[in-house]
Design a protein around this ligand. Sequence first.
Ligand SMILES: [Fe+2]
Length: 169
Amino acid sequence: MGHQLNNLKDLYILELKDLYNANKQANATTEKLHGAATNSELKDALERSIKGTNKGNEHIRAIVESHDEKPTGHKCKGMEGLTTEAEEHVLKGEFGDDDVRDAMLISQYQRMAHYAITGYGTVEAFAKRLGLEDDAKKLGKCKEETIEGDLKFSQMAEGKNGINADAMA
Ligand SMILES: [Fe+2]
């Protein structure tokens, strides 16, 4: 399975590929979640997330290619699990109320977002240790933007007039 990992640089490239594939899978599912969402603020946030994730993947692709590798050819099993779960819960679930579906949607979306945040954090730390300052800066920025986006989802869910409150009855 794959080839031997000899050093931190090898791990770095593998983790970048994993995140690249995870982002692709997450975006395909987020498109579907966008179609299932009702709240217009939530729909907008999902759209921004899709754009941000695509932008992040452009950075990852450029970084991987700058190390004479390709970002493709690796499948992230973790994200495969998360997207399967998200689609089952949101698209195949039965809901008596749109707000309840939206609340479920946020909970599933955030699981995927957190995978990306931890992925960016890991490759940022590896890049720093490897002395790849430019890579680290770009990946750190992607991490920050993903954290910021994720926070919006928490606010939409948890606010006094938020989606979780709407879902109560
Ligand atoms: Fe993974």
